[in-house]
Design a protein around this ligand. Structure first.
Ligand code: SAH
Length: 474
């Protein structure tokens, strides 16, 4: 089975950097199910093509296994070596892992640039035919070309085979293209997939972030991906929360280079922020508390100091950060009583998550500004519609204050990963709209030294679920 990726973005030979594979070498990798070879049949400044050839050893795979005895021959005579399937996805993840994640050491800006890309898959078994193929790729903005092969060239009267040669084209990032292929290739095949693990749903949700929830075929994709297991399928669908269209164009400002902490340190903003959040949670009588986007656990450390917070759950999308939190909080060495109060969980605020339901309060400290604006609406529903804690304490930078930092160039954000920073009016408008939509009363509090004109460096909103004060949902 063969995946061919071509770009005409010039200089095209930089595709080698994007894929982390040198264009002048043929490289081979051993997989548990066979061998993968990567080579470039065409390398020039105008056009560059990379091939990933997957050589599945279907005999080696079954050797020594006492698998399906009912039809032994099928283990040896099958289309596994030739047709694209979940094996190809596994190969993409292992061989083009950095590109899949959007990382590129030598050309970082190229990894985030949309460039003209095409991917051809020979030979893709498509259950559902060309119509299904188009209905999967076209909503994602791909131009699709599909050629169906005859069952046997010598006997045209036998009709077509279920196999297609498929080319998809789009101006996009390499990471987007590979992500779509990774999730979608196995969807066309109805075979039992190679990787059927318990974490399959997590993988789908992680890789589907930002596009799967809004895909018109999301049900079919999810159902097929999870191999028709109704329980997993329902669970995954329930967690996919429809994102809405972005309201405005994203802010074009480039992120700043210097760390947010360096800027904020002289006014001990971090301590003031944590103090304000803890005070507010305490004042609301919260016992069971979520720290969403908990990062390295700074708030959790403060919460652990107070006995009235009986249960503390920290969630973050970054496993690496959770590991740091685990270390910094010395979770392994905490007395049992303390350790029992705390749970660190991996998850994304973009997806509905049952583990977040039934809490008194949620803190969301310096997290919203890290979320992509088109995905904010998914986060809003995950928190206010599904998790629905009684109290939400949310902080975010006040952009107006930035001008008071001489070291921060005009128009820049405080941290390179900030997708936006709001003025007081923008933040309050957003929070008020949320409150009205989901039935929460909102109060705003300044955090840090207030500037007479630009206000405080950090802004905080405290949301209070209305049904508790009025006894019913408005
Ligand atoms: N609340 C912490 C960390 C703030 S930095 C503090 O005040 O110190 C923002 C954090 O949000 C990071 O740890 C980042 O990994 C996390 N984050 C970003 N996107 C997320 C998402 N979709 N779901 C959960 N956490 C996310």
């Amino acid at each position: 089975m063969l995946l061919t990726i071509t770009t005409t973005h010039q200089p095209a030979n930089e595709l080698g950097y994007l894929l982390h594979k040198h264009p002048e070498r043929c490289q081979s990798f051993d997989m548990s199910f066979g061998k993968v070879h990567v080579y470039y049949p065409e390398v020039s400044v105008e056009k560059c093509t990379a091939c990933l050839l997957l050589d599945v050893d279907s005999v080696g795979m079954v050797r020594g296994k006492n698998a399906d005895q009912s039809f032994l021959l099928a283990q040896y005579v099958n289309d596994r070596p030739y047709t694209a399937s979940s094996f190809l996805s596994v190969a993409i993840a292992q061989v083009f892992g950095s590109a899949l994640q959007g990382r590129c050491k030598d050309r970082p800006e190229l990894a985030t640039t949309a460039i003209p890309l095409s991917a051809r898959i020979d030979v893709l078994p498509v259950r559902g035919g060309e119509r299904f193929l188009r209905s999967v790729f076209e909503p994602l903005g791909y131009e699709v070309e599909a050629v169906q092969g005859p069952l046997d060239e010598r006997f045209p009267e036998w009709g077509n085979s279920p196999y297609f040669s498929v080319t998809v084209r789009k101006t996009t990032t390499i990471s987007d293209l590979l992500t779509h292929l990774y999730v979608l290739i196995p969807v066309f095949d109805n075979r039992k997939h190679y990787w059927v693990g318990d974490d399959e749903m997590e993988k789908l949700l992680a890789k589907g972030e930002g596009w799967l929830a809004g895909h018109p075929e999301k049900e079919e994709i999810t159902r097929r991906y999870l191999k028709f297991q109704p329980s997993l399928f329902r669970l995954a669908l329930a967690r996919l929360v429809q994102e809405e269209e972005p309201e405005d164009a994203e802010d074009e400002d480039q992120p700043k280079e210097k760390a947010e902490e360096v800027l904020e340190k002289p006014i001990s903003l971090n301590e003031q922020r944590l103090g304000a959040v803890v005070a507010s949670l305490r004042a609301n009588g919260a016992k069971r508390v979520l720290d969403l986007g908990c990062g390295e656990g700074k708030l959790i450390r403060e919460l652990l100091k107070e006995k009235n917070f009986e249960e503390i759950v920290g969630l973050d999308v970054s496993i690496r950060t959770l590991e740091v939190a685990q270390r910094r909080l010395k979770v392994d060495r905490l007395p049992t009583m303390q350790a029992n109060r705390l749970k660190l969980i991996h998850g994304s605020l973009m997806y509905r998550d049952k583990r977040l339901e039934g809490f008194d309060a949620a803190a969301v400290v310096e997290v919203v500004e890290h979320l992509d604006p088109p995905r904010l609406s998914a986060f809003e529903r995950v928190l206010f519609e599904f998790a629905r804690p009684r109290t939400v304490v949310l902080t975010t930078p006040n952009r107006e204050f930035n001008v008071t930092w001489e070291t921060l160039p005009a128009g820049k954000f405080r941290h390179p990963d900030h997708r936006f920073e709001w003025t007081r009016q923008e933040f309050q408008g957003w929070a008020q709209r949320l409150g009205e939509r989901f039935g929460y009363a909102v109060k705003f509090l300044p955090v840090g030294p207030e500037h007479p004109e630009y206000g405080p460096p950090t802004q905080m909103a405290v949301f209070q679920r209305k049904e508790d004060s009025h006894g019913r949902f408005p």
